[in-house]
Design a protein. Sequence first.
Length: 93
Amino acid sequence: MARDLNSTVEALQDQLSQLRSAMQQQAREKASEASSYFSPRAHRLSKELTREGYGLAEAAKRHPTAATGAVFGALALGAVVGLFLSGAIRDRD
């Protein structure tokens, strides 16, 4: 009886090991597929963001007052949104 139980446990351990190996292989394949899918897109997005960053920098150089106003406007808008959100969270409590 103990031998049957030991052999059953060993068989289950072997099956779990095989299942783990199969899942690891599948995870590696999916990771490779995801990498080959996202890598070119991320590279293209990086180039576009760099190009836009240079454009924004040039616009800020040409119009420093407008750029400063835009930065302060964005900060003020963020502060107002933050105040509203913190008030909404406080009201829920």
